[in-house]
Design a protein around this ligand. Structure first.
Ligand code: XMP
Length: 326
């Protein structure tokens, strides 16, 4: 990368017209850079990698191969959406790797947060490398780098250092979003026709639900977490909070308490709801969620999710809490 400074003349992309102009210009540049070459992209389904994928499909079509690694810590329906949008609707070359067992077996019994992150990050790189070795003639690697990643090289992504790719790859990098801020990436994604559920997706950490299942991950607690998270997202969307609240999710901690379900004593996990707002993720405040919405979510989670008998709302800003639990 020769120049990592956003050109001063570059206009802020705020409208579909400006997004289309940016897309046209970038596509010409991508074609010039890539020529007849082959490009590989790790497609998580997050905003940045999805927008890069859509741009590369427009620019070089089948010269692009996307690899989507399902580490078993995705939210409900996420991998299915990646397959539907990119594999079916946009007709991309998409390799889907269900590595759930591989990740969960490696994580079994591991409770230290940093060790969990290292296992997830390391395993992700290994799976990606194994898959890429099966392909031949790849010269380029697409990446969803955006401008804040360059500005804050010690920022969130670099700090957590998970979900990234090896730095010693022999491919030439293709980074069409590297001068864009997040809001601009969303405008571009919308102009490219990606669904709102992808374009306005809240941030989701590389280690996925793994950091929201504190301590040693078990399949049953992970499954309860995934179901509870899906209910929370559905109810927030119905209440008009999607895209308004910066990040909201559930956590299922590793302890049980007594309750009553179906007239019988139960001994099950609690589910914690966290909903925060922030500008840069360095500090965060709590969303004052409407009480009726919280009660509806509580009712649904406790009645629809196996293994959960209580719902708690986290009132802790950052600091003193971090946004995630691990
Ligand atoms: P914390 O928990 O440090 O999180 O307050 C700040 C923001 O970073 C996200 N996060 C991650 N993002 N890879 C990422 O790309 C990660 O490993 C990771 N861990 C946390 C978190 O969701 C929040 O938005």
């Amino acid at each position: 990368m020769s120049d990592n400074k956003r050109p001063e003349t570059m206009e802020r992309i705020t409208t579909p017209e400006l997004a289309n102009a940016f897309i046209d210009e970038e596509i010409a540049k991508l074609r010039a850079q890539i020529g007849e070459g082959k490009v590989l992209l790790a497609l998580s389904g997050g905003v940045d990698s999805s927008v890069v994928a859509a741009m590369l499909i427009k620019a070089v079509g089948k010269q692009l191969t996307c690899i989507h690694v399902n580490h078993g810590l995705m939210r409900k329906g996420e991998s299915e959406e990646v397959i539907r949008v990119f594999g079916e609707e946009l007709g991309a070359n998409l390799i889907y790797v269900d590595a759930t067992d591989r990740f969960l077996d490696k994580l079994a019994g591991v409770s230290d947060p940093e060790t969990k992150r290292k296992i997830i990050g390391g395993e992700f790189i290994r799976v990606f490398e194994e898959e890429s070795k099966k392909l031949s003639g790849i010269a380029f690697l697409g990446q969803g780098t955006i401008y804040p990643d360059i500005l804050e090289s010690d920022g969130i992504k670099a700090h957590h250092n998970v979900g990234g790719l090896p730095e010693d790859v022999e491919f030439e990098l293709v980074e069409p979003l590297k001068f864009l801020f997040k809001d601009e990436v969303r405008v571009v994604g919308k102009a490219l026709g990606l669904p709102d559920s992808m374009v306005y997706r809240q941030p989701f950490p590389g280690p996925g639900l793994g950091v929201r299942c504190p301590g040693a991950i078990t399949r049953d607690r992970l499954s309860a977490l995934r179901e509870a998270d899906a209910i929370l997202r559905e109810e927030f969307e119905k209440a008009g909070l999607m895209g308004k609240v910066w990040q909201y999710f559930t956590v299922v901690p590793d302890f049980k308490s007594t309750g009553i379900k179906g007239g019988k004593r139960s001994f099950e996990w609690p589910c914690i709801i966290r909903a925060v707002n922030t500008k840069d993720a360095m500090t965060a405040t709590i969303e004052r969620v409407d009480w009726d919405v919280l009660e509806r979510i509580t009712d649904r989670i406790t009645h629809e999710v196996d293994g959960i008998n209580r719902v708690l709302y986290d009132l802790t800003p950052k600091p003193t809490g971090t946004i995630e639990y691990e």
